[in-house]
Design a protein around this ligand. Sequence first.
Ligand code: PA5
Length: 410
Amino acid sequence: MQMKMECFGPQADTAALEKQCRALYAGLPVRYDGVTGWLDCMTATEGYLDAVKEKAKEWREIADTLVVVGVGGSNQAARGVIDALGARGMDVVWAGNTLSAYELQRTLERLEGRSVVMHVIAKNFETLEPGSHYRVLRRYMEQRYDEKEMARRVVLTGTVGSRLHEMAKERGHLFLPFPVPSGGRYTAFTVVGLLPIAAAGLDVDAYLRGGMDMQRRILEEENNPAFAYAAWRNALGSAGFDTEMLVSFEPRFERLARWWRQLFGESEGKDGKGIFPAYSIYSEDLHSIGQYVQAGPRRMLETFICVRNDGGCVPVPEDKAARDGFDYLDGRDFTFINDAAQRATIAAHSEGGVPCAVLTVERVDEYAMGQLYYMFMAACAVSGQLLGVNPFDQEGVEAYKRSMFAILGK
Ligand code: PA5
């Protein structure tokens, strides 16, 4: 089944905006020349797919633990896929994304006794988190592996000509270039996303197929989910709905939600504009944020990612003797119960005045993840333009860095 989108609750007219989305999408390569290389999934990987697959295969033969050093757009996409699907036959440790000494200490402890490989991803190699972690982890690995082993265990991904590129040459590491014509958060279909996903034993071909199919639908179908979604949130944004919460009843989508939050937060939050992106994992968070959504200010949009078949199968056993009050669940599978909670939530929230968009995928697999990622990236690129901002820069991120570098004496 192809991914689809349905809307419930208060709505706004989106027909004209959807038409505008088509023109904005078509104009992206000219308007934002230099940062839209991601638009075509296949060219985004051009020349590197074989190298990615070969390296992933080699790593899977020699190692049991992959450390991915990267932050923001340099790790979130891969993490979203790997968390949703689970790494197969390889543990993945995420580093370079915090400055907490406690977390870094824990990371080093997790590597004890493991056979480790490392993918360092840093666009310009100036960001503090990945740069500092790479130094610590490099020293850690150099104490365990000789030069020849280090050369095959470490892959560096950065901008061609950056210091990271030079270090790759000096140390004999494979260098897989950061795709220049893409901003970090739009790199889901480049080596940045693909090498960790492939090394985690997941099917990158199916993932790319999902992205390409969504790209084709956007080009060919009048009513595709990307434009429908971009138009929906902008129409409601103009009507005063200034917060959007991405929700799912699948906890394994939490990292996907964080990727989505970065994508929309960094792309749209500028010039005093932007719908605030938040996320929740239901049903757990219905017991925390549910009250606010149902009865708080009517300014929130809710976007559900639903799965038709979650792949689980756990029926509730009969237990009449217990008289625990749950006999109405006898024999029901949790897939059915979770789905019932989801339908009930959409009904209650939409009837309570929350505009809801429901994006449904058949199952959680590489293909579905590819569809979701491309759909959100395309939607974000046109949504930012509808809002009147440049969806590809993130000047606001620099402000805290300037004062931090001053404190650290850079
Ligand atoms: O979207 C972006 O460009 C940013 O979120 C970057 O990915 C993030 O700041 C990390 O940058 P770098 O890869 O240079 O460390």
